[in-house]
Design a protein around this ligand. Structure first.
Ligand code: ADP
Ligand code: MG
Length: 617
């Protein structure tokens, strides 16, 4: 039989390999920014059009390329950064594979301009799908500009696979943040569709964080600094009371490279133990410096995971240094009773000068108080203010309360007369007790066929959800004016998210008086929404929008109604009076779809007398 194996032509091989490096426009952004940093640029500009689908361009003032290098840079495995396998363990650059430009050129239209400092003229090269279509001598400033247009133009399937512009832009911004945070000494500017999104002048690390995440961030940061033989940690953690519902602001950099590590994240959580409210995540911006020989970056094509030689030691050091900082800034108890000495670091002090012992006195320490009390001082900051009156729990229930439960055809409630007989001598009861609350979680009620168990949190979510949806679509909401406007502080990116749904929010009853880059001022709230809840509602909303998979019938209105219902619904664990229970049951069965929560989970179950009787056999 004839031989059938052939070598793939270069451009096909490149296209296949490109899949590893370039998943989306954000991957191009990452590679180009990293190349600019490796070229020692001090000013880097990122220009994006249509969330990177039309254009990703990076302009730097770095060392530039010679004519030959400019041409060679697009060849696969062409790199100036390593020469032998040994160099892999001495990496001081972001790139080293020599694959990025070759991959990008295989699947896009690329235009490169570059000039080295001492050359009079530069080089321009245009490549389309790995084919060089032109090479010219041009006049251009020192440095390099690479424009990547029409990504995936020759792979329609990949192009169609891209997500909506807001999602792709978010990925780009994430990459931009990571690179900009790792290099505060470099000046970064980012434009999207011609308007400036970020302008980050060279500054210190703290200032860089604040410039990216908003001026309010400054007061949230607690510095972390620790130096041992194996690891140097520097950076900041967020104070526990500012912990977020999303994991958005969690950054580890190892030797100025952003990495993801569930293990090290766990170390931070361990340091915050007992200080965070359930379901919230501490922010952190931590730089770890280790000897490049003790890490292996080569295991992941996009290089966000790395392997450490001695992860356990890093874990212990990291946990101890964050705990130390939280303690030092009086955020955690200074006396750390539950410290697990097994995890303590083998700190190596042999090179350090001996210092005189000092005595640390915690003036607030009272041996007769339980340790807990010190912590609870911290915790109270999280506790939500008690809601003024039970009515406010029932935002928007009024209109539905008047509907007869009989509207709900499948279930028939027992008539009041029958039950009232049983309770008739209980004259003091607020109402005739048709319901019973079980463990502050379920409401139990009689129905003709047996019994009904309602999940109070989900039921109330359904009621609120339908109500908000109605308000948004019919635009019939009522607002209450706030005596003092509420100022909510967010990152510029988060403010943009809120702006996108501003109209819908106004239809629920919110009144906005001012939007700045990172502050939203609110002067009116939907009736019965307590002003103290406003920040929480917005935080939840931002988290929900960020976590939404937008291509799945994304509807901002629906999401908003769901998110607000989730924030405002009565919680599990909340005790309800008979009247409140009754009100909730009636309102639920006044809904269009009473049997499922907005998240499609059952709101109630029924147990028939038959089923019950069978259990007694
Ligand atoms: P790698 O970064 O892994 O070396 P790339 O494909 O990203 O591979 O780049 C190939 C080579 O092109 C680099 O090693 C570098 O020499 C050169 N290069 C790429 N971008 C720039 C830039 N912005 N400035 C100067 N040289 C660059
Ligand atoms: Mg590179």
């Amino acid at each position: 039989m004839a031989d059938i194996i052939q070598l793939l032509p270069d451009h096909v091989a490149n296209q296949i390999a490109a899949g590893e490096v370039v998943q989306r426009p954000a991957s191009v952004v990452k590679e180009l920014l990293e190349n600019a940093i490796d070229a020692n640029a001090t000013i880097i500009k990122l220009l994006i059009k249509d969330a990177g689908k039309t254009l990703v361009q990076v302009i730097d003032n770095g060392v530039g390329m010679s004519v030959t290098d400019a041409r060679l840079s697009f060849e696969r495995h062409a790199t100036s950064k390593i020469r032998s396998a040994d160099d892999l363990f001495q990496l001081h650059t972001k790139g080293f594979r020599g694959e990025a430009l070759a991959s990008i050129a295989a699947i896009a239209h690329v235009e490169l301009k570059s000039k080295q400092e001492h050359d009079d003229v530069g080089t321009q090269i245009v490549i389309e799908g790995s084919e060089v279509t032109s090479q010219e001598v041009i006049v251009t400033p020192k440095g390099t500009s690479i424009a990547v247009k029409n990504l995936f133009f020759n792979i329609p399937a990949r192009r169609n696979f891209l997500k909506s512009n807001p999602v792709e832009l978010r990925h780009i911004i994430d990459e931009f943040h990571r690179v900009a945070l790792a290099h505060p000494n470099i000046d970064f500017v980012m434009y999207h569709n011609g308007s400036e999104v970020f302008n980050l002048p060279e500054c210190n690390y703290r200032q860089r964080i604040v410039n990216i995440f908003g001026s309010k961030t400054n007061e949230k940061l607690v510095p972390v600094n620790e130096e041992t033989e194996v690891l140097k940690v520097s950076g900041f953690v967020g104070k526990p009371e500012y912990a977020k519902k999303t994991r958005g602001e969690q950054f580890f950099f190892v030797n100025q490279r952003f990495i993801k590590s569930a293990y090290l994240n766990h170390a931070i959580n361990a340091a915050f133990e007992g200080l965070l409210k359930d379901g919230t995540h501490a922010s952190y911006f931590l730089n770890l410096e280790v000897n490049p020989q003790t890490i292996d970056i080569n295991i992941h094509p996009t290089k966000t995971e790395i392997k450490f030689d001695d992860e356990q030691t890093l874990y212990a050091i990291l946990r101890a240094s964050v705990k130390h900082s939280l303690g030092q800034f009086s955020i955690a108890p200074v006396l750390d009773f539950d410290r697990d000495s097994n995890l303590d670091t083998p700190y190596n002090y042999k090179d350090k000068n001996a210092s005189f012992p000092t005595v640390e006195v915690d003036s607030t320490f009272n041996p007769f108080k339980e340790e807990k009390t010190m912590r609870s001082g911290v915790k109270t900051a999280f506790r939500k203010e008690p809601v003024a009156s039970w009515e406010s729990l029932y935002v928007g229930l009024e209109s539905k309360g008047t509907k007869s439960p009989n509207d709900f055809s499948e279930l028939q409630f027992e008539s009041e007369e029958q039950t009232s007989d049983m309770f008739s001598d209980d004259k003091d009861a607020e109402a005739i007790q048709n319901t019973y609350q079980l463990h502050n979680k379920y409401i139990i009620s009689n129905i003709k066929s047996g019994m009904l168990m309602i999940n109070q949190h989900r039921a109330h979510q359904r009621v609120l959800y339908e109500d908000f949806l109605k308000q948004i679509t019919i635009k019939e909401s009522v607002s209450q004016q706030l005596l003092f406007p509420v100022e909510a502080h967010f990152s510029p990116e988060e403010v943009e998210i809120i702006k996108d749904v501003r109209d819908d929010l106004e239809h629920t009853g919110f009144v906005f008086s001012n939007f700045t880059k990172d502050v939203i001022e609110i002067t009116g709230v939907p009736i019965n929404v307590p002003a103290s809840e406003v920040s929480l509602i917005f935080e939840q909303l931002i988290a929900d929008i960020q976590n939404e998979v937008p291509e799945s019938n994304f509807s901002a209105t629906d999401l908003l109604a769901k998110s607000m219902a989730k924030s405002l619904a009565i919680k599990i664990g909340q005790s309800l009076t008979a009247k409140e229970q009754d009100h909730l049951v009636n309102s639920l069965f006044g809904c269009k779809e009473p049997n499922i929560s907005p998240a499609n989970k059952p709101t109630f179950i029924t147990l028939s007398m038959d089923e019950l009787d069978r259990k007694f056999i």
